[in-house]
Design a protein around this ligand. Structure first.
Ligand code: RP5
Length: 181
């Protein structure tokens, strides 16, 4: 339950147990059927040691919960929201309309139109309400973009990103050498 993500703190304080760090990224998706895609964003945040919350928030099936989620995210300490949806993918844009936090949209690949519907639904935002849209199905990039956004004000996170990029480059270099042998 997303909105109670920090509820554990109260119980923990009573018993002097170390509290869980409060989440700084919110990962939401229109349906649990989006989870196989969206788990890649969670994996990246795990790898970078960034606390996050994850939940299903449907713009169409639970619009009131979506409103509650988006309008309380800032007060709950969330800094970036990653929102994935497929088909008539209104979740990222609607959430961006309800919060001043940066929103990263993940177009989930749909069965009928291969995610082109999701992509266009998410990327074609009107001027004034931006959603940073990643490629169809590329939730890992949404996680990496969230790390970069957080890193803008956090040199430690920036350093971790630079290390990650160097490791990626080293992998490509290794493959190139193998190919050229
Ligand atoms: C969207 O409809 C969801 O984001 C999902 O990608 C798609 C299908 O949802 P389900 O019918 O599988 O719940 O709202």
């Amino acid at each position: 339950p997303v909105l109670t993500a920090v509820d554990g703190d109260d119980a923990a304080n009573k018993h002097d147990v170390p509290t869980k760090p409060s989440p700084s990224v919110g990962i939401i998706m229109g349906s649990d059927s989006d989870l196989p895609t969206m788990k890649d964003a969670a994996q990246v945040l795990d790898d970078f040691g960034i606390p996050y919350e994850i939940s299903v928030v449907s713009a169409h099936r639970t619009p009131e919960y979506m409103y509650e989620y988006a309008t309380t995210a800032e007060a709950r300490g969330i800094n970036v929201i990653i929102a994935g949806a497929g088909g008539a993918a209104h979740l990222p844009g609607m959430v961006a309309a309800l919060t001043p936090l940066p929103v990263i949209g993940v177009p989930v690949k749909s069965s009928t139109l291969s995610g082109n519907d999701s992509l266009l639904s998410i990327v074609q935002m009107p001027k004034g309400i931006p959603v940073a849209t990643v490629a169809i199905g590329n939730a890992a990039n949404a996680g990496l973009l969230a790390v970069r956004i957080l890193g803008a004000a956090n040199p430690g996170q920036r350093q971790k990103m630079a290390k990650y990029m160097a490791a990626e480059a080293a992998t490509v270099e290794k493959k190139r050498r193998r190919l050229e042998q």
